[in-house]
Design a protein around this ligand. Structure first.
Ligand SMILES: [Zn+2]
Ligand SMILES: [Zn+2]
Length: 250
């Protein structure tokens, strides 16, 4: 099924499933979307799952690397990125990693709600709001295979809550790249060149690039780099989670 058809299929069902869920909630209290074993106390999660959320403590103020604050980490000092800061309130560890993997690889689009609500609650009151959200794009083939882009879905929900419009066409990914986890840091840096292209001028003073997970920051650097062609433009990166250097918590 083509990506657009799949999305339309999902959106077409959403009104019906929302009404059905509301009706069902009156009969049976909703359960945790993660463990299915305890009542949902908010954001679709039970009290236990909420208590185990991996908070990103003391992050680098620029790249959000956990436990590398409060000053910018060595890499950010020696090789400053084109973005002003990455905002990622969670570490990519269970249960956040579980939610993101199920969203992306099992197409559980209902998990966008808890992920975005948790993000909004954790950081929205504390960060400067940009004029536009730019989701990290996927290449056409990957989008066709998955059927949706998690970054776009997350950006749209955050944008609706904060009244910020989302531009899904400003930046395009023109080349497919191998999975980041299969590459060394040097290889990632080499292949990022020319992967993303900005196809319209950026006139906003502040833009947020939105992604689900920031891994090596090479993608964030590449997308922000193609947007920052004007000195008057600042880019921040909004993500749900940040991986640790050694990915111990996968
Ligand atoms: Zn639970
Ligand atoms: Zn850093």
């Amino acid at each position: 099924m083509m990506a657009k058809q799949r999305l339309n299929h999902h959106l077409g069902l959403s009104g019906y499933t929302t009404r059905l869920a509301a009706y069902g909630d009156r009969l049976v209290p909703p359960v945790c979307l993660l463990c299915y074993s305890a009542p949902d106390i908010g954001h679709g999660l039970c009290s236990h799952c909420q208590s185990t959320l991996p908070i990103n403590h003391n992050p680098c103020p620029v790249c959000a690397l956990p436990d590398h604050g409060p000053l910018p980490c060595r890499r950010c000092r020696e090789n400053p990125p084109p973005y002003r800061a990455i905002v990622a309130p969670f570490v990519y560890a269970k249960p956040i990693s579980h939610l993101i993997r199920h969203l992306k690889f099992r197409q559980r689009l209902e998990l966008i709600r808890p992920l975005t609500e948790l993000w909004l609650e954790a950081v929205a009151p504390m960060v400067e709001h940009p004029m536009r959200l730019i989701p990290v794009p996927m290449d056409h083939r990957s989008l066709r295979e998955r059927g949706f882009n998690a970054a776009i879905e997350i950006a749209r929900v955050i944008g609706r809550h904060l009244s910020i419009s989302t531009d899904v066409k400003r930046v395009v990914k023109v080349r497919r790249t191998p999975a980041q986890s299969t590459l060394s840091a040097k290889q990632r840096a080499r292949i990022r060149s020319g992967v993303f292209q900005c196809i319209a001028p950026t006139t906003e003073r502040l833009i947020a690039v939105v992604d689900d997970v920031v891994t090596s920051t090479e993608t964030a650097r590449a997308v922000a780099g193609c947007l920052c062609t004007d000195n008057n433009v600042s880019v921040v990166v909004w993500a749900i989670a940040r991986t640790t250097p050694h990915r111990l918590c996968r």
